[in-house]
Each structure stands twice: as structure tokens, then as C-alpha cells.
Ligand binder design. Structure first.
Ligand code: F6R
Ligand code: MG
Length: 365
């Protein structure tokens, strides 16, 4: 059975920005393609290289299943080759996104991994979403809309395969635990948790009728700054579509509202997620606003037929305009909360250093 299945793996890493944290350099993307073409020969079925802002993504198909040491090693070696090119060009912050030693699994070493294994259907449409300047809980909102909200997804009430709903796996980042919640009956519990995006992260969704995997999120990242495993940035999301899963258009519909996420400048601000075509995934204004791109594929005998640039559609023009209006409104708050995150939500900050400078001057009230 296992040999009939295909694994789709998407690895993301920041190996150095161009310019600053805005975008990626073409030579780095070329290095990724060249390395995967040579080192991946005989090990993977197909690959593609994508990028969103300054984050690089390696898309691979293979038959090794999820969390395979060899496949993770291939991604690691590819990122190292890319980092060497980035260092040569003196691109920005080349050493921040990855630790130095590979220990068998790329998760927890800096890069993110979103992987799913499935038996290919007669036709297998899949959407890959990549974010930039958005933290890990960013997908909670669209995942809820796609798989639990009939006002977004008409198929939840009209496709018999979806009528029983979906199971959401939710990770508690603080306690290192996870819980499975079934919708529609546990919808309110799901919202109670998933609404707290800095602590609870939806990591996967499966169809209740048969347990088929519907969506996966790259959930863990090593927070290089804080020196711990935690919610970091630039998550990837994979969603299977059509014939018993939400239609492509239903999945895309969830992105028509520029919801607010943590991230943006210095990962310290909330901002709207702006869906953009590939060529507009350059986070230049205040290192943002946060971006999302969507690469559409048909998987055909493990070949990646695509990508189709899904947000290259005037249907999202108003979403982008609203995102810009929200960005203007939020930016006028400058350093004030809630535009700036509460101190306990900051991924990294030099505020403790600043506070230290004046600590002697605090007097008892
Ligand atoms: C990192 C990011 C950026 C940086 C900011 C400051 O991807 O989101 O907003 O945090 O540009 O960068 P440094 O501290 O390197 O000057
Ligand atoms: Mg980055």
C-alpha cells in the first residue's frame, strides 16, 4: 500500500534576504534548483522552488513518507548550498534562519516542514500557501473558514463526503500537547482555542468520513533568537481540493478577507495578510504588510503539474486594497498596542536591554 502513496513535502527557510528582509535573490533560487536536480536524482520524483518575500521553499514529491531522514537531509543540504550563495553575495541575515548541525529532522532547526502522504486520486488538485512576515498561528483563521464555515464553503452542506465535517488537530505551543476536535459538533471549542493564535495552532485537518488528510501546516520552528522551540514565522499550508474536499474556489475564498496576524516589522506587530501574485511577494513597506502566495498544482503520478499563480486574479484586488487601508490605519498607532504586540507575545525584542539601562531609576509608587 505504502508504495502506491505519494508524499508531498514543502520545506521553507530563510537563508538570507535581498534587500534586507524584503525578497530573495535569483541566484539563491537557481542554487536551490541546481542542488535539488543533482542531489535529488533517484531520491525524489519531482521538485520545484518557490519563494515568498525572503523565504525560500522547496516543494518535493517522493515515496518515502513524512519525516524521512533522507528527504529532510536533502532539504537541509539544499538550504546549505543556498546559504553559501547568499553568503557570497553578502545577502542579509544568512545565519539567522538555520542552526548549524543537522540532526535527522529539519523541524526544530530553523526551517519549517509541511508534509502529507496520500494515495493519488484520479485527479489531485492541491494548493500550497506560503506566508511571509506572519507567525505560525496565521493559518488558524482561513483553516476554520475553509473546513468549518458553511458561509465560506458551500460544499460543507451540499457534498455528502463533507457533511460529517472535519477533524482539526490543534497544538498547544505552550504545553507541547495536541488535541483532536471534531466539527461541526465541537466548533465552539475549536474557536475558543484557535482564536488564541499565539498559543493554539491548527496543525492538520482530516475528513471525518474516511480519515483522509485534507490539510497540513508547518507547525514547529526553532526560535533562534529565544533559543527554544516555538511559534516562529513563515508557515506553509498544503490543502487538497475538490471531490469530497472543499473546491479550489472555496479554499481561495477564505483568503478574500485580509485578516490580522502577528508578524510584520520585527515580528512585533499585527498587520493584515495581503494575498499577492508571486511577483508581488516582496515585503517592502515596514517589512510588510504580511504576504501570502498560493501555488496551485495538479499532482500527476507524483509529478508537480504547475504552479499556477492562484492570487494572480483581479478577484483579489479589493482584498489587497482593504489590506492597504488596514495597514494605513494600523501604522498610525506607531509603537502603541495593539499594533505593537504585547511584551509577552514578542518573539524577540531588545526592550529588556533598554529597560535594563533605566532600571535603577524606577522608584516605588
Ligand atoms: C525579519 C523581519 C524584519 C526584521 C527587521 C529588523 O524577517 O521580519 O522585520 O526583524 O528588518 O532586522 P534586523 O534586526 O536584522 O536589523
Ligand atoms: Mg524571513
Amino acid at each position: 500500500m505504502a508504495d502506491k502513496k505519494v508524499t508531498l513535502s514543502v520545506f521553507t527557510a530563510d537563508v538570507g534576504g535581498f534587500v534586507g528582509h524584503t525578497s530573495s535573490h535569483p541566484e539563491v533560487l537557481d542554487a536551490a534548483r541546481e542542488t535539488l536536480a543533482s542531489l535529488g536524482k533517484g531520491r525524489i520524483r519531482d521538485f520545484q522552488v518557490l519563494r515568498c518575500g525572503d523565504d525560500l521553499s522547496l516543494v518535493m514529491t517522493h515515496s518515502m513518507g513524512v519525516d524521512d531522514r533522507g528527504i529532510h537531509g536533502l532539504a537541509w543540504d539544499t538550504f546549505l548550498a543556498c546559504r553559501a550563495v547568499a553568503e557570497d553575495l553578502k545577502l542579509y541575515a544568512t545565519t539567522r534562519g538555520m542552526l548549524d548541525d543537522f540532526t535527522g529532522n529539519i523541524r526544530c532547526l530553523g526551517p519549517g516542514a509541511a508534509e502529507m502522504e496520500f494515495a493519488e486520486r484520479t485527479s489531485e488538485p492541491i494548493l500550497i500557501f506560503l506566508a511571509n512576515k506572519a507567525s505560525i498561528g496565521a493559518w488558524n483563521f482561513p483553516l476554520f473558514k475553509i473546513f468549518a464555515d458553511p458561509f465560506n464553503t458551500a460544499g460543507l452542506i451540499s457534498d455528502p463526503a463533507m457533511l460529517n465535517g472535519f477533524t482539526f488537530r490543534v497544538a498547544d505551543l505552550k504545553e507541547g500537547l495536541s488535541i483532536d476536535l471534531n466539527t461541526p459538533e465541537e466548533l465552539h471549542i475549536l474557536l475558543a482555542l484557535a482564536g488564541s493564535t499565539s498559543r493554539y495552532v491548527i496543525t492538520s485537518v482530516s475528513r471525518r468520513t474516511d480519515g483522509e488528510v485534507a490539510a497540513v501546516v508547518s507547525s514547529e520552528k526553532y526560535d533562534v533568537h529565544a533559543g527554544r522551540i516555538g511559534a516562529c514565522s513563515e508557515p506553509a499550508l498544503l490543502v487538497r481540493c475538490q471531490s469530497g474536499f472543499p473546491a479550489v474556489g472555496e479554499v481561495m475564498e477564505a483568503f478574500s478577507f485580509p485578516w490580522l496576524v502577528s508578524g510584520w516589522m520585527r515580528y512585533s506587530h499585527i498587520g493584515p495578510v495581503m494575498p499577492v501574485p508571486f511577483y508581488e511577494a516582496n515585503a517592502a513597506r515596514f517589512d510588510g504588510p504580511p504576504r501570502v502566495i498560493s501555488a496551485g498544482y495538479q499532482i500527476s503520478d507524483a509529478r508537480l503539474i504547475g504552479p499556477h499563480d492562484m492570487f494572480d486574479d483581479p478577484g483579489f484586488d479589493e482584498t489587497r486594497r482593504t489590506a492597504n487601508q488596514a495597514a494605513d490605519y494600523l501604522r498610525r498607532h506607531g509603537p502603541f498596542q495593539p499594533h505593537r504586540l504585547a511584551p509577552e507575545e514578542l518573539q524577540y525584542s531588545s526592550i529588556p536591554i533598554i529597560l535594563n539601562k533605566v532600571k535603577e531609576r524606577f522608584k516605588k509608587i
